[in-house]
Design a protein around this ligand. Structure first.
Ligand SMILES: [Ca+2]
Ligand SMILES: [Ca+2]
Ligand SMILES: [Ca+2]
Length: 388
C-alpha cells in the first residue's frame, strides 16, 4: 500500500518531501495559517522592496537638493529671481516628503519587525511541527511495521479462513447429504413403522382368528367325539337292528311261506301274485294293486322273472313296478330299490318319442324263454301284475 491511513482520515504519501509533509501537516493542523504565511511573506517582500526604493529615492533627492543648495554660477546669475523661490518650495516639499517617507519607513520597520516576530513564531511552530512530524513518522513506521505484521497475520488468518470456509462448505455439502439421507431413512422408518403397525394388526387379527379357530376346533373335536360315540352307539344299534331285521325277515318269510294266498292270487316262494284281466294305464294299475294290499311286481331274481313270464298270457304285455319318472334313464322299482337284474330287450330302454317312462313285461312266447322288459308310454292301457 502506497498510502497509509493516519489519525482522523489524514493520509501521507511516501513520495512527498519533508517540506511538503510539513506543509501538509501545517495544512492539516491549521489550514488558515497557510494563507497567512504566504500573505505575510509576500507583504514582507513588497514592503522590503518599497523600503529599499524609498531609501534609494531619498538618497537621490538629498543629493540633488544638496547640489542645488550649493552656490553655482547659474544661481548667482539668478539672484532675486523666481527660480530661487521655486527651488525653495521644492526643497520645502522635499523636506515634507522626506518626513513622510521617514514616518513611512518607521512604520514599515515596525511592520517588518512584527513580521519577523511572526516569522520566528511560525518558524518555531514549524520546528515543533517537524519534531511532531518526526515523532509521527516514527509512529508511522511503528504503525507500518505493526500494519505489516497485522497484514501478515491477516493473510494467515485469511488463508485459515479460506481453509475453514472450504472445509465448512465440504462439511455443509456432507451435512446436506446426511440430511437428505436422514430424511430418506426417516421416511423408510415411518414406512416400516406403518408396515409394522399393519403387521401387528394383522398378527393380532390372526391371533384372534387362531383363538377362535382353536375354540371352534375344540368345540368340533368335542362334537366329533360326541358324534363318534353316537356313531359307535348307532353302529351298535344298527347291528342290533340288522340282527333284529334278519330275525324278523326270517320270521316273516316263514310266515309268508306258511300263509295261503287269496282267491285269484298265485303262490311263489314267500309272495302272492295277481295278473289282471282288466287293462289300465301304469298309474291306475298300481292303484289297483295298492287297493288290494299289494304293489306292482318287483323282480328280485331270475326265478321270479321266470315265474311271472309263465304267469302272464304270452300274447299280452303287462305293467311291472319299474319306472324312470324322476330321472330319465335311471330306472327304479316301486319299493325304491335300484334294479340289480336286467332283462331289457335289445336296444331297450329307448324312451321312444321321449315319452316312455314305465316298464312292462314282454312275455317270450316260448317254453324256454323267460320274457324281456321294454319301456313304454305310461298312458298305454294294458294288464298288470301285482305282488304282495
Ligand atoms: Ca318280487
Ligand atoms: Ca323313459
Ligand atoms: Ca321302448
Amino acid at each position: 500500500m502506497d498510502v497509509m491511513e493516519m489519525e482522523n482520515d489524514v493520509y501521507f504519501n511516501k513520495s512527498l518531501t519533508m517540506e511538503e509533509l510539513i506543509t501538509k501537516d501545517v495544512q492539516r493542523r491549521k489550514p488558515p495559517s497557510r494563507c497567512l504565511t504566504v500573505s505575510l511573506g509576500l507583504l514582507c517582500a513588497v514592503l522590503l522592496a518599497g523600503n529599499i526604493g524609498q531609501i534609494i529615492y531619498y538618497e537621490i533627492a538629498v543629493h540633488h537638493l544638496s547640489a542645488e543648495a550649493s552656490p553655482s554660477p547659474r544661481l548667482d546669475s539668478l539672484q532675486g529671481g523666481d527660480e530661487r523661490k521655486s527651488c525653495e518650495a521644492r526643497l520645502s516639499n522635499a523636506t515634507g516628503e522626506t518626513k513622510k517617507l521617514q514616518q513611512r519607513l518607521d512604520s514599515l520597520t515596525n511592520e517588518r519587525d512584527r513580521l519577523q516576530t511572526g516569522f520566528h513564531k511560525i518558524k518555531n511552530e514549524r520546528d515543533q511541527m517537524r519534531t511532531s512530524y518526526n515523532a509521527s513518522r516514527r509512529e508511522s513506521d511503528r504503525l507500518r511495521t505493526s500494519y505489516d505484521d497485522v497484514q501478515r497475520k491477516l493473510k494467515g488468518l485469511q488463508s485459515d479462513y479460506d481453509k475453514v470456509t472450504a472445509r465448512n462448505n465440504r462439511l455443509r455439502i456432507e451435512y446436506d447429504g446426511l440430511q437428505k439421507e436422514k430424511s430418506k431413512q426417516r421416511s423408510s422408518l415411518q414406512q416400516l413403522q406403518r408396515n409394522h403397525s399393519s403387521l401387528r394388526r394383522d398378527m393380532d387379527q390372526l391371533g384372534r382368528n387362531y383363538d377362535e379357530m382353536s375354540s371352534r376346533i375344540t368345540r368340533l373335536q368335542s362334537r366329533y367325539d360326541s358324534l363318534r360315540r353316537d356313531n359307535e352307539q348307532l353302529k351298535a344299534n344298527h347291528s342290533g337292528l340288522l340282527t333284529d331285521e334278519h330275525q324278523l325277515r326270517t320270521l316273516l318269510d316263514a310266515v309268508r311261506r306258511s300263509r295261503m294266498c287269496d282267491t285269484g292270487w298265485t303262490k311263489f316262494n314267500t309272495g302272492c301274485y295277481f295278473v289282471s284281466t282288466e287293462k289300465k294305464n301304469w298309474t291306475s294299475s298300481r292303484e289297483e294293486c295298492i287297493a288290494n294290499g299289494a304293489d306292482l311286481v318287483v323282480v328280485d331274481s331270475r326265478d321270479e322273472q321266470v315265474f311271472i313270464n309263465r304267469l302272464v298270457n304270452s300274447t299280452q304285455n303287462a305293467w311291472i313296478g319299474l319306472n324312470d319318472f324322476y330321472q330319465e334313464g335311471k330306472w327304479m322299482w316301486v319299493d325304491g330299490s335300484a334294479i340289480t337284474t336286467r332283462y331289457w330287450q335289445d336296444d331297450q330302454p329307448n324312451s321312444y318319442g321321449g315319452e316312455q317312462d314305465c316298464g312292462e313285461l314282454v312275455p317270450s312266447g316260448t317254453s324256454s324263454g323267460i320274457g324281456e322288459w321294454n319301456d313304454d308310454g305310461c298312458f298305454a292301457v294294458q294288464i298288470w301284475i301285482c305282488e304282495k
